[in-house]
Design a protein around this ligand. Structure first.
Ligand code: UDX
Length: 443
């Protein structure tokens, strides 16, 4: 099939590359000429494991192309994906100016029937707005379909190629057939393509992300309570996750969720609820709890240093909002580092992928070449991202490098017994630690 993907951000590039990999002829369109020039030369602007191999292969084999021209991109396309940004607008709801702008341009350009697919996460009712914007100037028949993505950064290629499910919102039989054909190679193993109306598909995306954010937040609150009652949240996780109704995944308590999706989508759904005059109380709690959770370690750090961080040397492991990505959007590490710096501490930070991005935002931090380099004479280590390489460090070497053996761990990387054997003072989330209980009252 011939496919156009408008927008070469994260979702657009993964979508375009993966559909090229399944044998389609794909053209990605972007207004950013410099970006398109780089893409044409085989330069991938994002870090996503496994994507580069597919990206290069499909460029070489002539199935994946790039252009700045919408006219050229959509010529003869059977399917046109809109993978455009939907930044939060002034009032918290998603800003549709990019999507509706392109929709407006598309109308007069369409020469044959095409399926236009909303891939971006968009509020309920957007498909109707896109349809109206195209229809205003269209000369031919077309359909608009909502097809939300459920890609996790870091495993996006796998999520795309082997989706748990594909959700497609449309009431058009023709569009259904086109989308079924397009996704057939990806659902061979029997995972479902679920058809529904556009509004339900749009709502499904928000419901999925809000539910996952809620699941994490629930565990974070259980963790906070565990610290007070003297229980261990990791045991609770195992104890409840084995119930198949609850499920084992997304039950890891920590320093709060971040990234480009959960915070934005929970906020957008809360906004939609407001607009429809429904008080979705749970969502407001999720947002408030997560804001606090991201700052959770700071009072403990302050208490540990008797309220004075001036001149303290703090090592930071992990800047990305989660492992296997260089994405620092809404990453808990950032606001913690800013607070440490404001209170007079010096910060040495290491992340395997996200240091370049962080440097652009925070310059007065020493970014080091390795995790161990960050520990040089450090008075404490703070951990914000669970990169695999942080999981089994050489504790003896750490102890040697550090000025004091203190770890504030926002990701519960270490067994309590193990860390005690190495003589570290260890603060983690929701687990009874030697010292934490004395500090509980500071929350
Ligand atoms: C998410 C959704 O999973 C994906 O389906 C959607 O399309 C986009 O948003 P992503 O933002 O890439 O994907 O990250 P994800 O792996 O879902 O993690 C989100 C956040 O939750 C991270 O900050 C992570 O650290 C946190 N998290 C996740 C926890 O704190 N505990 C967990 O148990 C799981």
């Amino acid at each position: 099939m011939k496919i156009a993907v408008v927008g070469t951000g994260y979702v657009g590039l993964v979508t375009g590359t993966c559909f090229a990999e399944t044998g389609n002829q794909v053209i990605c369109v972007d207004i950013d000429a410099a970006k398109v020039a780089r893409l044409k030369q085989g330069e991938l602007p994002i870090y996503e494991p496994g994507l580069d191999v597919l990206f290069h292969r499909n460029i070489e084999e002539d199935r994946l192309k790039f252009t700045t021209s919408l006219v050229e991109g959509i010529k003869d396309a059977e399917v046109i994906f809109l993978a455009l940004p939907t930044p939060p607008g002034e009032n918290g709801s998603a800003d549709l100016k990019y999507i509706l702008g392109v929709a407006k341009d598309l109308g007069p350009l369409l020469e044959n029937y095409a399926v236009i697919v909303d891939k971006s996460t968009v509020p309920v009712g957007t498909a109707e707005k896109v349809r109206a914007a195209i229809a205003a100037n269209a000369k031919v028949d077309f359909d608009v379909v909502s097809n939300p993505e459920f890609l996790r950064e870091g495993v996006a290629v796998e999520d795309f190629m082997k989706p748990d499910r594909v959700v497609i919102g449309t009431s058009s039989e023709t569009a259904k057939k086109v989308m079924e054909k397009l996704y057939a190679p990806l659902v061979r193993q029997g995972n479902p393509v679920i058809f529904m109306d556009e509004r339900s598909a749009e709502m499904t995306k928000y419901a999925a992300n809000s539910f996952l954010a809620l699941k994490i937040t629930f565990m974070n609150e259980i963790a906070n309570l565990c610290e007070k009652v003297g229980a261990d949240v990791d045991d609770i996780r195992r104890g409840i996750g084995t119930d198949s109704r609850i499920g084992k995944r997304f039950l890891f308590a920590g320093i709060g969720y971040g990234g480009s999706c959960f915070p934005k989508d929970v906020q957008a759904l809360a906004k939609t609820s407001q607009e429809y005059d429904y008080d979705f109380r749970m969502l407001n709690s999720v947002m408030a709890v997560n804001d606090d959770q991201k700052k959770k370690l700071l009072p403990i750090v302050r208490k540990h240093f008797d309220g004075n961080l001036k001149g303290k040397k703090i090592a930071v492991w992990g800047l990305a909002f989660k492992p296997h990505t260089d994405d620092i959007r809404e990453a808990p590490a950032l606001e913690n580092i800013v607070a440490l710096l404001e209170e007079g501490a010096t910060v040495l930070a290491y992340d395997p992928e996200a240091m370049e991005n962080t440097k652009r935002l925070i310059s007065n931090v020493t970014y080091t070449h390795s995790a161990y380099d960050a520990l040089d004479k450090a008075d404490a280590l703070m951990i914000f991202t669970e990169w695999p390489q942080f999981r089994t460090p050489d504790f003896a070497k750490m102890a040697e490098l550090m000025n004091d053996k203190v770890i504030f761990d926002g990701r519960n990387l270490y067994e309590l017994k193990q860390i005690r054997e190495h003589g570290f003072l260890y603060y983690s989330i929701g687990r009874e630690t030697q010292n934490l209980r004395e500090l509980i009252n500071i929350y």
